[in-house]
Design a protein around this ligand. Structure first.
Ligand SMILES: [Ca+2]
Ligand SMILES: [Ca+2]
Length: 151
């Protein structure tokens, strides 16, 4: 009697715990922290920070600390070519950058794919270009530099 009662009680608690786990799973997308909630003042394109052509800029992105993305932009005075170089201290973070034009259209994707540094050359028109630098996970310090040659 006592033994079977104990079994039922344990089984009952098991169901309760399982139900709680299911509820937890169902809610977890809403509870997951926003990877950009502490992005600083550069978390979206409208808040991109101006960077100087030809000068290296150091910064940091951190997925787990809410700073997944840094937006930067540079100004092109006349048609030409730019060489964008992105170097990330922690290669395991697989950091990358999307280059976008003045209206946000994707020009090219740069992916480090475990390499410490990647460079991409693109043709540019007069106007602003945006860099959306990010990590899909983990964190890293990085350096980005945009070199420009007019046509
Ligand atoms: Ca940021
Ligand atoms: Ca940052």
């Amino acid at each position: 009697m006592l033994r079977s009662g104990g079994t039922i009680r344990q089984w009952g608690w098991g169901l309760v715990l399982e139900a709680m786990a299911l509820i937890g799973l169902a809610c977890s997308p809403n509870l997951a922290p926003d990877p950009n909630e502490k992005s600083g003042d550069d978390g979206e394109r409208s808040k991109a920070q101006l960077i100087e052509l030809g000068a290296p800029v150091n910064d940091n992105v951190n997925f787990n600390d809410g700073d997944m993305t840094d937006w930067k932009y540079f100004q092109i005075p006349s048609p030409g070519r730019v060489m964008v170089t992105l170097g990330c201290d922690y290669t395991g973070a697989y950091c990358g950058a999307n280059i976008r034009d003045e209206v946000g259209v994707l020009v090219t994707r740069m992916r480090t794919d475990g390499e410490p540094r990647v460079s991409e050359e693109v043709a540019v028109q007069r106007g602003n270009y945006y860099l959306e630098i990010f990590v899909p996970s983990a964190a890293t310090d990085y350096t980005v530099q945009v070199n420009y040659e007019p046509n």
